[in-house]
Design a protein around this ligand. Structure first.
Ligand code: FAD
Ligand code: UDP
Length: 376
């Protein structure tokens, strides 16, 4: 089996197929494993995430137990503050946020009643604007969501599907965790160490710095599992799918123990960057000095985010039809870029485990040799 890409999708599929007795060759264009979750120890000895902060969280026992074969975990619940009106306030918006911002002393029922007064109900919730306005009203929307979203996506809340803002809940209590999932842990020695163990199998061969270039690379393989951008696979024959990218500015501060009060601080109404993350919170590392990363959204550069809005989803659907034809020739598309979905790491792992079940069924019924001869 030829696997293109060595992030969560590629590494998971590779390992489960290798365990089932298949020989795997992985092609990865970057010089490292792990995809966007890649981490490394930088020059000052601090473990950093090269492509921005990655925090593992899931409700899936299945995903968690699969990954637990390759790593121990460190309990970590991420917390984020947003700089608003010159103060640092919890995001997701909770009781503390509202009481601090409006100088109130509401209890949980009071917060619910207060939100009921300010929210602008919608019959149909289609866009992120509909979602935010109907849950927290206009003022909180403008303070916490409008500017951040415009920076992050280059688009207004009105132009993004509701699912984008729906990632951020609204709470009536004091829970200030960024995620609500039942399992929130970081790999004890980092993501890269976990990936290296996952790929450490006699049937897996990884070729780093080797981009997949199309048909010729498929010769001699029974199946192709493709985890890169789906439009690139088809040579952009239907046009480019839009992606949002980021520029990361990494900084090391040698003389201070802590730079900020939580793992991440968001800047919804000021600055060109969206957020600053301080890695020592995420990794639990103790060290003199600290390392941080600023995220500057941009249209140019590597494709990091599919952009969830109806016209993009419609274009993806047309690519998906091409992918269904490829499927009959032994090609599988899985992952955030290959499925053009705003997936988290656990969702990608879950999809990859699911694809494996399909692949396993295929293998037991046929011995097709892939004829993957589409442009790539
Ligand atoms: P990727 O990680 O993108 O891997 C695909 C790989 O394929 C890449 O390494 C790429 O180089 C390679 N590739 C592409 N084309 C080719 C080709 N032609 N030939 C060879 N190789 C190719 N998720 C969370 O759960 N929690 C978080 O806190 C979180 N934070 C994030 C923060 C940022 C800034 C970003 C951008 C994403 C974050 N995510 C987070 C999402 C997470 O990164 C993805 O869900 C996950 O990495 C997707 O895995 P993947 O294998 O589908 O894709
Ligand atoms: N968001 C926002 N303000 C915030 C945090 C998030 O407006 O302080 C919106 C924004 O549109 C963002 C989306 O919610 O892109 C999802 O946020 P998340 O933190 O999940 O983004 P990611 O970590 O995937 O970049």
């Amino acid at each position: 089996v030829l696997v293109v890409g060595c992030g969560f999708a590629g590494a998971t599929v590779s390992r489960v197929l290798a365990d089932a007795g298949h020989d795997i060759t992985v092609l990865e264009s970057r010089p490292h494993v792990g995809g966007n979750a890649f981490d490394r120890v930088e020059a000052h000895g601090i473990l950093i995430h090269e492509y921005g902060p990655h925090i593992f969280h899931t409700n899936s026992r299945r995903v968690f137990s699969f990954l637990s074969r390759f790593t121990n975990w460190r309990f970590y619940e991420h917390r984020v503050l947003a700089q608003v009106n010159g103060r640092l306030l919890p995001i997701p918006i909770n009781r503390t946020t509202i009481n601090a911002l409006y100088d109130l002393q509401l209890d949980e029922a009071g917060v619910a009643a207060w939100l009921d007064q300010v929210r602008e109900p919608r019959d149909v919730v289609r866009t992120s604007a509909d979602l935010v306005l109907s849950t927290v009203g206009r003022e909180l929307c403008d303070l916490f969501f409008r500017g951040y979203t415009k920076k992050q996506w280059g688009l207004d809340l009105e132009d993004l599907s509701a699912g984008v803002a729906a990632r951020i809940p609204v709470r009536h209590n004091d829970d200030d965790r960024y995620f609500t999932d039942t399992l929130q842990f970081m790999p004890a020695e980092g993501f890269t160490a976990m990936f290296l163990r996952m790929l450490d199998h006699p049937r897996i061969e990884v070729h780093l710095g080797q981009p997949f270039t199309g048909t010729a690379d498929c010769k001699g393989f029974e199946r192709l599992v493709y985890t890169g951008p789906i439009d690139a696979y088809f040579g952009y024959v239907l046009g480019h799918l839009p992606y949002r990218s980021l520029r990361f500015r990494h900084e090391h501060l040698p003389d201070i123990e802590r730079f900020q009060p939580t793992g991440t601080v968001n800047y919804p109404t000021s600055e060109a960057y969206t957020r600053i993350t301080e890695f020592k919170y995420l990794t639990g590392q103790r060290a003199t000095g600290t390392s941080i990363v600023y995220e500057y959204p941009t249209d140019e550069g590597s494709p990091y985010y599919p952009i969830p809005r109806p016209e993009n989803e419609a274009l993806y659907k047309r690519y998906e039809e091409l992918a269904e034809v490829e499927a009959t020739r032994g090609v599988v598309f899985v992952g955030r870029l290959a499925q053009y979905r705003y997936y988290n790491m656990d969702q990608v792992t879950g999809m990859a485990l699911h694809e494996f079940e399909t692949l396993r069924g295929d293998f037991s019924h046929s011995d097709t040799t892939t004829t993957a001869d589409s442009p790539a």
